[in-house]
Design a binder for this molecule. Sequence first.
Ligand code: BDP
Length: 660
Amino acid sequence: MPLPVPVLPEGVDPAWLPPAAFRAIGGRRTLIRGSASLVETVHGEVAEACRRFGGRVERDGPDGGAYDLVLALGAGGLGDEGFSCVREGGTTTVTASGGRGLLYGLFHVVRLGADAFRGERAREIHRPALALRMLDHWDNVAVHPVMGQVERGYAGGSLFWDDGRARGDLERVRAYGRLLAACGINAVAVNNVNVHATEARLLTDRIGEVAEIAGALRPYGIRTHLSVSFAAPVVLGRLSTADPLDGAVRDWWAQVTRRVYEAIPDFGGYVVKADSEGQPGPFAYGRSHADGANLLAAALEPFGGTVHWRAFVYDHHQDWRDRTTDRARAAHDHFVPLDGEFAANAVLQVKHGPMDFQAREPVSPLIGAVPRTRLAVELQATQEYTGQQRHVCWLGPMWSEVLRFRPASGATVGETARGGLVAVSNAGADPFWTGHPLAQANLYTFGRLAWRPDAGPREVLGEWIALTFPGAPARLSEGLHAVLDGSWRTYEKYTAPLGVGFMVQPGHHYGPSVDGYEYSPWGTYHFADRDGVGVDRSVARGTGYAGQYGKPWSELYESPGTCPDELLLFFHHVPYGHVLKSGKTVIQHIYDTHFEGVEEVAEASRVWTGLADLVEPGRHARVAELYEEQLRCAREWRDQINSYFFRKSGVPDARGRRIH
Ligand code: BDP
């Protein structure tokens, strides 16, 4: 039986899978061969396209030229997720070894559109570069008094949870799985890494709710993972300890995990935030993070599960007066000594930068420094520090730079992430899935980069545009490129300068506050005074962070003369008159970029206004309204940053513009 395509509730945007995206598949004669549950999903998709656009779909008939499209489970050797695609003698044939591969092959044909059925196509083999392509939802089950239903969520409520319980109607979750499969994502963690009391119970007496969500995601090849508390044996199991080397603790995890697999046989595994921002962890027992991770890895191992152990471990009670402590150093300091000690099914999940998802950070020096550890790289689609989905900030170019970066080990970050690529999801109960309709592009781009980390981000954006706006006239796709392509750099221009980061309002992290975190224990400083600005992370004079990189990066970052401009204030404290490689002084760069950033937002907003006749009114209006807020906020950033540095430095703008 073909599995029906999920029906979206009234008013929910079909995102990059509007019915018209399947027009090229409808109206044809398609043959589907093979049996596996995901083949039924493929069948359902094609049947739906035929229902809308005409055409016929048959099962398991003979091969032959009479078909326009053949989707067949067949030859081995392509892995569970790979597929091949060829067009010969008027037939386009997709072959896969497993159901997931066939589903990805179908979506490949959808992306190709009419081109899939033109002329001849040489056989191409497609396989994901990374086996795990995962979204972490920071969704709370119960509404948290400070963080709400979704921590750092800017897209309405949770897709999974509503005020303390799992949503009853899971049709939207199925539709979410479909969207994710269409960009190659294959795993989802369904609850917040900060595990509060209600979420903790998902592991035990509330596992049935997780099983229901898993059931809704499964038809699209998505495995479900769960964030768990390291203190679960104490909190849920009433043991007196959560010590990872204690026999009773090990037994407790083994039993609980067995029950998880009884409920969810294809369960993916656990995600753990331990000894981080108040979450419990192995340090309380004098044990290492390898001991902690291996405890859970051992419980998951008999069932093929994986523990994702986050490397976001740092002291959030630092003394700002002590310039030798440096939060940026923490992950490398903690985890490099443990290289080689992690179990084979323990994955160390590392944020892409050493701090916390700022608009500009260097690549974390931990990536490439633990060759005997399986490592996953974590990105943040939700845009906590990059405009919170009120600003257009397409992160494709930033993520691509990170993935193509070559640590001293020689391999790129994308090649080093053997444990997978993870993003903090930006999707929620909003009718557009993401709070900003254009932020859908971030979700799509993440999935495609996880499949192929060396893909060109602009090309991926082109795919998103073509799928989301099928048949878009050139003026629309050019307009969308114009507002999205450079939006990350624009955002960078009007916010914290030259890699120094933060300067955001404390707590919610939206909008400027130059000194908001300057005298706080969180370790997020800029050290501006009347003479200069920036954090000295050199080995010679500073915190020594630059020395955590291998060559050539350690040498390049060590000196202000060789450090790339965009990271200068991350690595160095320099006078305002310091001349950048661009030829400008730091202070003039700050003024110029902040004026430019605002102008670029105003220009993007004008471009968007000019697209009104080509975009559905609801979507157009939402984006237009958000541009008003982005422009207001960008001006606020410009004025605060420029006047702050004008007053500190006393240096006027060389171009004589008014600074408040
Ligand atoms: C920070 C967020 C915080 C998260 C934390 C994390 O501000 O809400 O809990 O990261 O990654 O970016 O655990």
